[in-house]
Design a protein around this ligand. Structure first.
Ligand SMILES: Nc1ncnc2c1ncn2[C@@H]1O[C@H](COP(=O)(O)OP(=O)(O)OP(=O)(O)O)[C@@H](O)[C@H]1O
Ligand SMILES: [Mg+2]
Length: 258
């Protein structure tokens, strides 16, 4: 099972949109995918027109209150089918914030999420994708630590370079101080609009700051906003759209990265 975390401490950069659409793109490549939403806003469920229950917090808090390991049956009870074959979800909601506080109080180590992956691994997923909230904190760090790959989702819409460098600094600490084995897959520029000078400039800035680690940008597209408002992935909304091709291409690139 390959694990990918999508992050940026800035809000509204397109993290959830990327997770859902890459998830569906992987499914269309024949993979079995689980999305875990670590954001109390619960937008991953909402963007797929699903309830935000049962919360991923059940999984996050279990080992604090129980001495027995999580059985695959218990784990399965927390995983939502999404009405799409081979696409599953551990939704987020307000309970996620409580779980985050509890883990902070318990001072759980950085490897806490990684150590709790075995019941998920037993369920035969090819990919586990972590959606994260627009903030920094224990859950992002623990999810990043568990991940094989990290994708920083950076909107070209506004000055989001701070968000990129903040998350990158965290990854560097994981690498140098904690011997993180994962790697930065790259920076994903979103809301690209070649008509706008600022977005072109920001794209150039990203490329010079992260040579060879900037993915082909995702264009700003009304169809993407409409799809998430309607609870559809871009492939369900308009499989022939440029956005669908962009996410499909990105999924293929991520598939090739080890
Ligand atoms: N490329 C795009 N073009 C146009 N609209 C987009 C694009 N990507 C995302 N959106 C829309 O922008 C809004 C924010 O996107 P999204 O929820 O994916 O961001 P986020 O980074 O997950 O936000 P948060 O930080 O609050 O979790 C949503 O309404 C989404 O439909
Ligand atoms: Mg989000």
């Amino acid at each position: 099972m390959k694990i990918i975390v999508f992050a940026n401490q800035k809000g509204g950069t397109g993290k959830t949109t990327a997770v859902i659409n890459i998830g569906d793109a992987f499914v269309r490549m024949g993979k079995r995918v689980l999305i875990a939403d670590l954001d109390p806003q619960g937008h991953a469920a909402v963007s797929m027109n699903l309830e935000t229950e049962p919360c991923v917090a059940n999984w996050l808090m279990y080992s604090i209150f129980n001495n027995q390991p999580i059985t695959p049956e218990i784990m399965n009870g927390w995983i939502r089918p999404t009405r799409r074959e081979n696409l599953f979800l551990l939704p987020g909601n307000q309970m996620t914030a409580k779980a985050q506080r509890l883990l902070t109080i318990e001072d759980t180590p950085i490897n806490y999420i990684k150590d709790n992956l075995s019941p998920i691994r037993k369920l035969g997923f090819d990919y586990l994708l972590f959606d994260t909230p627009p903030s920094t904190g224990g859950l992002q760090e623990m999810a990043s630590w568990a991940a094989d790959l990290a994708v920083i989702v950076s909107s070209l819409d506004f000055l989001s370079a701070d968000g990129v460098s903040g998350f990158l600094a965290m990854l560097k600490v994981l690498q140098t101080e904690k011997q993180w084995r994962g790697k930065l897959a790259g920076v994903l520029p979103t809301f690209y609009d070649e008509q706008t000078r600022t977005t072109r400039e920001q794209m150039t800035n990203l490329q010079s700051a992260f040579p060879e680690q900037v993915f082909t940008p995702i264009h700003r597209a009304t169809v993407l906003r409409e799809a998430s408002a309607e609870g559809l992935t871009i492939f369900e909304k308009d499989i022939k759209s440029r956005s669908a091709l962009e996410y499909e291409d990105l999924a293929r690139r991520l598939f090739k990265l080890e």
